[in-house]
Ligand binder design. Sequence first.
Ligand SMILES: *Cc1c(COP(=O)(O)O)cnc(C)c1O
Length: 235
Amino acid sequence: MIDAEIKNNLDNIFDKVRAAAEKSGRTAEDIKVIAVTKTVEVDRIKNVYEYGLRDMGENRVQELTDKYDKLPEDCKWHLIGHLQTNKVKYIIDKVAMIHSVDSVELAKEINLRAEKHGRIIDILLQVNVSGEETKFGISPDEVYDFIGKISQMKNLCLKGLMTIAPFTHDPQEIRPVFKNLYNIYIDIKHKRIDNVNMDYLSMGMSNDFEVAIEEGANVVRIGTSIFGKREYTQK
Ligand SMILES: *Cc1c(COP(=O)(O)O)cnc(C)c1O
């Protein structure tokens, strides 16, 4: 039996996703909802699986590898938090996509490990649009230089961009952050660079996913609105 509260939360989220997608000329099917499962126990995660979600997001390597073994094989695991180069080896055969690539050094390590496993890894570039010092991600000015370097790496496939917007009580305030990244995303898409596919724009969390979708996001990462408040917070 699926937990009634989680089911209700997901129903509400998908209503909002649909409404926001329609505002931007799309449908709910155009939007990928990733269930952010950090700090959530396996038994509770099983509810979102039962509901039909397959994309799970974790921001810590250890938690991802633990849960990977305990949930059905058809789950797709997304690493969404800062990744240290020395930990790439633990997740390289487990991740569907790494959202948080924020240095050339990290990209190189992923490429190297992917080659050893005979895989091509989908990655997103994390962009720190607002320039907050506490956030990881490259600055918008560095994006093209970065892409030039990444496009040479055979075992990586750049699939899009990701950002974490600053927390605000009124998500309308950060609309410009989302608009800004959307414009960069479209600009890169139009340049048709080899090995670079702007398929995904990963922006929007519990607090701001509706605004993010209205501004063009097609991947949202939602934890709290599905599972409730976490016991402790993680960066
Ligand atoms: C925790 C986290 C989320 C989900 O945040 P909620 O506010 O719980 O929805 C999304 N993205 C990243 C990178 C996170 O670390």
